[in-house]
Design a protein. Sequence first.
Length: 320
Amino acid sequence: MQVILHSPRKHLMRTMRTCTCWDQMPRSNRAPACHRALLLIPFVCLLAMAGKAPAAAGPHGTVDLITDETSIQSARSFWAGLRFQLEKGWHIYWINPGDSGEPPKVQWTLPVGFHAGTLNWPTPGRIQDHYLVDYGYQDEVLLPVQIQPPASLGAADEVQLRATVKWLVCREICLPGRADLNLMLPVVKGARGKPSAWHSLFAKTRASLPRPAPNSWRLFVTFEGQRLLLNVETGKSERVAIFFPSEPNQVENAAPQKVNSSPRGFQLELQKSDLLLKPVQCLAGLLVLSSGQSYVIQAPVAASNTKKDSLNPSRGRVER
């Protein structure tokens, strides 16, 4: 495979260099040499583009459909993903968009027997917009998804993945985007396909996806007036924590989040949303610690009159 990948490229470069020395070539050799170069260009481009559909332009950015590998196999799941590239200052949204917006949505059209999982959402950022706070992504983000092929694919088959993507991109104003993406992938037998040009991006994204909270953690929530107190015992002191609620209208998104450290964890003070009109049994979302790693949590709500804090937080506070 190394010969297939590299030999045409080297030959193309030699031929193109020959074409640039037009005046030094015999007249009879000029046209054939450059014709060979032009014929090789599409082949080299196809090799470079394996695992990627042409990017679709949207408002203030692009989106494309990419895969982790250049080919697929029968019955072996593979990673695909929606890669957004956004102009500076513009953002798209997490599953809970915060104070405005809505997350991207995708509708798959796959060959018979193929099944796509749900989108995986990397840890979002808090995006300040005047007096509002959104939860989302800026610059570049990959939303990966696993796709499962059937067991009945032949080695000579080539499959087409199609995705209709709708999203909202915002910066003071919000604009809708829509794209129909197509990607052709060859089917091979034997070893897994070669890594695509996006392999490192997939690896980086998967490594940074939220993890389930360790079973050793102890979590619970108490209410004190307009405050929600998220108590977390991790086994060590934590001075930095940010909470992203997975459900809207529970937490005041723009309010400061105050961390009260304790020897074995912390208490995070959140402000209750004015739109929270019914009692909640559980506070679910992402908890991001000082390491940058995020954890999926579900903290049950304790009795509202609980006054004793078993974590005994210190008086020191850190605001985020």
